[in-house]
Design a protein around this ligand. Sequence first.
Ligand code: ASP
Ligand code: MG
Length: 436
Amino acid sequence: MRVLKFGGTSVGSPESMRGVANILKNEAESLVVLSAISGTTNRLAEIAEYFRSNQEHLALKEIDVLEGEYKIFIDELIQDAVILKDLTAILDARFIDLKRAFVKLQPAELERSILAQGELMSTSIFHRYLKSIGVENHLLNALDVLRLKSDLEPDSEFLKSALSQEVNAKPGLKIIQGYICRNAFGEIDNLKRGGSDYSASLFGAALSAEEIQIWTDIDGMHNNDPRYVTGTKSIERLSFNEAAELAYFGAKILHPSSVHPAHVANIPVILKNTQRPEAKGTRIDMMGSGTGIKAIAAKDGITAIKVKSGRMLLAYGFLKKIFEVFDWYKTSIDMITTSEVAVSLTIDQNDQIEHIRADLEKIGSVEIDENQSIICLVGDELQELPGLAVNAFSALKEVNIRMISFGGSKHNISVLVDSKDKVKALQALHENLFQS
Ligand code: ASP
Ligand code: MG
């Protein structure tokens, strides 16, 4: 059995939904995971925010607009009058619930339950559309099988038994929502924005699927960011480790958490393009394609922090004190370099920065620079390849490098640059590493 996940743009119009149905022609036993129709989750987040800030009239207005768009969508998609009527009634009920959410739900649950409506609607629509064209299929409910434990990690034991039970009881094609789940209190929750890929990976691992396919609107992972660099190519094959680094350091195509469950269960992940189903896309598996640099990626919104101290900076226990500050504010560190008198590190989350600064100032003098970017070279056995680092850094002779991290893993060399130098750095590295 296979798991196939389709992102928001892949189900974003009646025409794209028809395209997905076409791709599923030979998938009689597969589990299909859907995102919300593109744009919907953002709109729902806006609605939730209106409710939260007591602007109920704006929320209701936005719900009406969305409802109108969904009506047009299904009218265009579904020809069968009986099924259309049935689906219209189901969506009506969902929109009525949305309007009442404000009175019925506690503020904490309100937002999460509003956000969940996108996937609940896209799967309802697709399930009935398939029926209307004669494709038998079952609609499963992710809220019955996927739940988070109190540490916010997915409960994989429960998922395995609950999902297998559902799948065995319902032979044939199955449709399920990505992104949504319940939390440890049984309330509606989600896997954070972009989390449908993660759902697909968790479902695939739970079912020991033969393969997990992630369908989007680009031909797999590219070897550099096509928004900034011309002549990028899609990568045919990556190892799980390489894919995890790339997903984390900027390749938007795959949610960073989604590699891990597939990796642990050793299930290949294939990234495919709904617009060009015949294109090979990218295959991610245990083997990958050997040594060398596979891709360059950039991550923006990085803050660099330098802590300097005259008093025996690297004396026993010093780094521990610094790390404890970040631990306390639940802020994870990406890069770190040390010298005899200073420690530099980067974070990608800024919300606690003033508290962090105040605490670090008790340890030494602190310099903070925002608007930095990590440029990351991803591949395998990178330290083993003679000259690789030299070649990479010589490409950056025009760029002011703030930090270098090399040797931390076999899969990644990272440099920190000011974000205004990012495009120049991506282009120069691309030319040096892939085009000469
Ligand atoms: N619909 C959710 C979002 O837009 C989840 C996803 O698409 O992966 O973030
Ligand atoms: Mg996505």
